[in-house]
Design a binder for this molecule. Structure first.
Ligand SMILES: Cc1ncc(COP(=O)(O)O)c(C=O)c1O
Length: 431
């Protein structure tokens, strides 16, 4: 199996962390998001332990909650001592309503509005990752009005291409995010921020992209950032307290994807950072990282019921399911590859190659093409694996399809964390 929290039971059903996915589909209905809570907690602990051991004792992971945002996940993050990163007032609201301490929240985004900034400052967020001088002006003005000093990081684009797919590659110079080092804009925004009242510049942030499978791009980004920081120290006498290296550690979606050892990767990045800091006599900064996908993706499985199977002679076969791009738009958006299993007969040979199609009135509504699985029959269940990240978070009500529920499984016990949306809830804002 792709990950060690997946197995096949004696009844031939697919199990996620010891729970029968078919039984859960019958209990809660489909489509259904299942989440292995123990796996998420274990990942949080791995990041914590490794960052303290290999970076500095006060280094800390922030859960990048854009990957999966609902109250239950913020509660887990809080209980695991995680800080979180939010990118909108809605994520901030959800985190706060789940009991997150605002001081443990970093507010991101390249186009924060005046209202967003006021809301976040009123809530008491610990940090802003500021993206522009306009944003800095707004933070400064409101902080002065409130009589507070707001801690900020500056989002910098280090110019690193981690060789990932363009749509998820954000660290290059040509990016809607941040200020580039190479163009001189990073230095300009640094000088700008330092001169502002009501703003305390604590350091710098970068995020170079997603689905990164080795330590090298992180080390390269750290080199670029440290070179920039050393130049600022030498020119302006400024030493940064914090360096945030963003998220991006990759996840295995299919057998073709490599496996990445998070602890070992952080150990290598940490050794590199220590060596550079020692060599340049720069005090090792507190390191923040913002894992999203690598914390939650392989905890998730989505279960669907098969509605129709057809073969077009001379062309191909389709298996149509009762969900699709409304609960997982990633194939439609990025051609992201997934592993699909016939959850009802998970040990049967995967000898039927088909396109798994969603229920929307849209030809592009596919979960994947050329997928090999045990030939499904109507009423059987298909499980799409590794759907914990950027699935529920990216879900929509296209075609007025209600959003599926989320069930958390901890210690073998399942509990509803998000209930299935009703049509009344879906239309509640419509006057
Ligand atoms: C600023 C920032 N931090 C963290 C992340 C999380 O990345 P990942 O889910 O790949 O770990 C993202 C993803 O887009 C991001 O933009």
């Amino acid at each position: 199996m792709l990950h060690d929290n997946l197995s096949v039971g004696e009844n031939g059903h697919l199990y996620l962390c010891g729970a029968d996915t078919v039984t859960l589909a019958e209990k809660y209905g489909t489509p259904l998001y299942l989440l292995d809570e123990d796996r998420i907690r274990e990942k949080c602990r791995t990041y914590h332990r490794a960052m303290k051991a290999y970076f500095t004792p006060d280094s800390r992971p922030l859960y990048a909650s854009k990957a999966l945002s609902f109250r239950g996940i913020y509660r887990i993050a809080r209980e695991e001592g995680m800080a979180v990163d939010v990118v909108s007032p809605g994520e901030l609201y959800t985190a706060l309503s789940a009991g997150m301490d605002a001081a443990d929240i970093c507010f991101h985004g390249n186009a924060k509005t005046e209202a967003d900034i006021r809301y976040a400052i009123d809530a008491g967020v610990g940090l802003f990752a500021a993206d522009s001088t306009v944003e800095l002006d707004r933070i400064s003005a409101y902080a002065v009005q409130r009589g507070i000093t707001q801690r900020v990081l500056l989002r910098i684009t280090p110019g690193i291409d981690p060789h990932t797919f363009d749509a998820v590659n954000t660290g290059k110079v040509d990016s809607k995010f941040g200020s580039a080092i190479v163009t001189g804009q990073a230095e300009e925004i640094f000088c700008y921020a330092r001169a502002l009242p009501g703003v305390e510049l604590c350091g710098f942030h970068c995020h170079i992209g997603s689905q990164i499978f080795d330590e090298k791009p992180f080390c390269d980004a750290a080199d670029m950032m440290l070179t920039f920081m050393i130049a600022l120290r030498d020119t302006y006498g400024y030493t940064a307290e914090i360096l945030n290296l963003g998220g991006g550690i990759g996840v295995r979606y299919t057998e073709e994807d490599p496996y990445i050892d998070i602890d070992r990767t952080l150990e290598l990045v940490g050794a590199h950072l220590h060596a550079v800091c020692e060599e340049t006599h720069y005090p090792m900064p507190k390191i923040l990282m913002e894992p999203g996908r690598s914390l939650v993706a392989d905890a998730g499985v989505t279960v669907y019921e098969v509605q129709n199977v057809k073969t077009i002679d001379g062309y191909k076969s389709y298996a149509a399911i009762d969900g699709g791009m409304t609960d997982n738009p990633r194939y439609a958006l990025y051609r992201s590859r997934y592993t699909v299993v016939n959850a009802s007969r998970a040990s049967a040979p995967a000898d039927f190659v088909c396109t798994v199609a969603g229920r929307c009135c849209e030809s592009g509504d596919l979960i994947g093409e050329d997928i090999a699985l045990a030939r499904p029959a109507c009423g059987e269940y298909l499980a799409v694996l590794v759907t914990g990240a950027y699935n529920y978070a990216m879900s929509s009500n296209y075609n007025c399809i209600a959003k599926p529920p989320i069930v958390l499984i901890a210690g073998g016990v399942d509990r509803l964390a998000v209930r299935r949306e009703t049509f009344e809830e879906m239309t509640a804002c419509q006057l």
